[in-house]
Design a binder for this molecule. Structure first.
Ligand code: HEM
Length: 305
């Protein structure tokens, strides 16, 4: 896995050159802190410490998906919401989510091939449409995520986006009975997008400015939702949505009220495989490779800084 992880990060680096001290992707972000409180329905499904109903502290980093030198917030891009729950025993557990409900690659090898296919052509500075088109023609499972990424206008606020954990995780209740779910964060303020021109006319860091104003003015909130799998729903394929009629359980409420400054924020580490007792990772190969790829970026950005 480690060689593959090195290749994944090298392919990401070839899209936009990495910047010292920053993440290989999601290089621009902003952090906030607050409290998460689970519902009784969550506690019934899962014995994990943060889901028992006692408030737990949480830290979140919102980000733009691109790596490299930070771009204008108004550029179309996937957005991230990485959450760490500070558990009573001093350990942590994370949910690392994107604005995409499904991913564009089913395996690490496909992620590598697609990332390489998007490498900028030195002649144009952009990806070669023929190379990208050939990849997509051979990988119809990528099209849902790619279409969403291209067609979604820029957000008005990090607090007005829905975020998805994408991978399935298996929740264990107090008797050890397991149930696969997918996480979703639904914004209390509702979703809001901007016209491209309007977003680009705002200051380059307008999402950070807007988040700071919101935190100063009373904060922001998200509901954590669990989409419950049926027995035959795929739990190892991040490109495959589950049918829309699957039950969705309100699992808790996240309230963010405090700013977290840039230097702790840039040094924070999130890992989608950092689960805790009561939560198990699925066999999804993308989930499995993420941890090793993140470690490379983490080692690099924390070195010497
Ligand atoms: C093979 C597939 C993937 C690769 C190779 C990959 C790679 C990376 C890397 C190298 C980082 C920087 C880590 C750091 O320095 O802390 C990162 C960050 C991030 N990734 Fe991924 N990623 C993949 C899939 C995903 C998926 C499926 C999601 C969402 C479900 C996701 C969401 C995020 C988010 C939100 C961040 C920023 C976390 C933060 O703010 O610290 N990634 N990714």
């Amino acid at each position: 896995v480690d060689d593959l992880a090195e290749e994944l990060v090298a392919a990401i680096d070839a899209l936009r050159p990495p910047v010292a001290g920053r993440r290989a992707v999601h290089s621009k972000g902003v952090c906030a802190a607050g409290t998460f409180q689970a519902t009784p329905e969550a506690a019934a499904l899962c014995r994990a410490a943060h889901l028992q109903g006692e408030p737990v502290a949480a830290t979140v980093r919102f980000s733009n998906g691109a790596g490299g030198e930070p771009a204008h917030d108004g550029v179309r891009d996937g957005r991230g919401m990485a959450t760490t729950f500070h558990l009573p025993d001093g350990t942590r557990t994370d949910i690392v989510a994107l604005t995409l409900p499904v991913f564009f690659a089913r395996t690490a090898e496909d992620f590598l091939d697609f990332t390489r296919a998007r490498r900028p052509d030195p002649a144009t500075g952009g990806p070669d449409p023929a190379v990208v088109g050939a990849y997509l023609a051979a990988h119809p499972e990528a099209s849902a995520a790619v279409a969403l990424a291209l067609n979604t206008p820029p957000p008005a606020s990090y607090a007005q986006l829905a975020y998805y954990g994408i991978h399935a995780f298996r929740l264990l209740d107090s008797t050890g009975h397991g149930r696969f779910v997918r996480y979703q964060w639904a914004p209390a303020a509702g979703e809001a997008k901007l016209a491209d021109a309007e977003a680009l006319a705002r200051p380059p860091d307008y999402l950070e400015v807007e988040l700071a104003e919101r935190l100063a003015g009373g904060g922001l909130a998200f509901s954590l939702l669990f989409q419950l799998a049926a027995d035959d729903d795929p739990t190892d394929d991040p490109t495959a949505a589950w049918p829309a009629d699957r039950p969705v359980v309100l699992a808790g409420q996240l309230e963010l009220s405090e700013r977290v400054g840039p230097s702790p924020c840039e040094r924070l580490v999130f890992d989608p495989t950092r689960v805790t007792d009561g939560i198990e990772c699925s066999a999804d190969p993308i989930l499995r490779v993420r941890s090793a790829a993140y470690s490379i970026s983490i080692g690099r950005r924390l070195a010497g800084g």
